[in-house]
Design a protein around this ligand. Sequence first.
Ligand SMILES: [Zn+2]
Length: 212
Amino acid sequence: MARTFHVLYLPNVSLADAPCAEASVFSALRSIGLLSSRADERRDEVGRNVRRYAIAETAGKLFRKLVPDDFALGDYVESTVGRYANGWSLNQVERYDCPLCKAPFQHCSDAEAFAQILKDMQRAIVEFTDTGRPTRIHCPACSAPVECADWKADVPAAFAHLAFEFSQFPPFNSGVISIPAELFGYGEWLVDLPSAIQSAAAQPVGWSMGRI
Ligand SMILES: [Zn+2]
């Protein structure tokens, strides 16, 4: 069965600052009641530090009520400190926009140019993850070399040194999960993940997703 995951990433956090920002974000997600303190830590195959945090019991029970019975709800959040880019975004993206000339390239109407950007983006993701070097991708319209992370996309590739993956979560509208009053009991509970992460790290947050 396909697994859907959402990513909230911090594009402006440097590799050196990522461990400290990760700890601040974890504290914030714990204090809003999303996570418990348990974390499994490992180094992945490219040397990144990956931590897996369990969802807090109350949040988990409420989330269960938001999804159909046959939905395989995720029970953890994973953070990555290290060179992160979401290769699975390439299966989901429908549109890129050049940040310089603003030309749009759409999967449906500009198939050739879109396919070229997609191919270059795939190469850029591998290059960034392996070496940390940002790759430039030439715009098919204005020919300018545009850094891979600067391309606008409906589902961005999320180049970052700190990212949080929310796997198999309940409906996740731009990172906000709404738990209605009849389930929560004390009014509506809005789990606003981008705001919590942004204020904990004092850095902007981007969104991406993928389906495996
Ligand atoms: Zn352009």
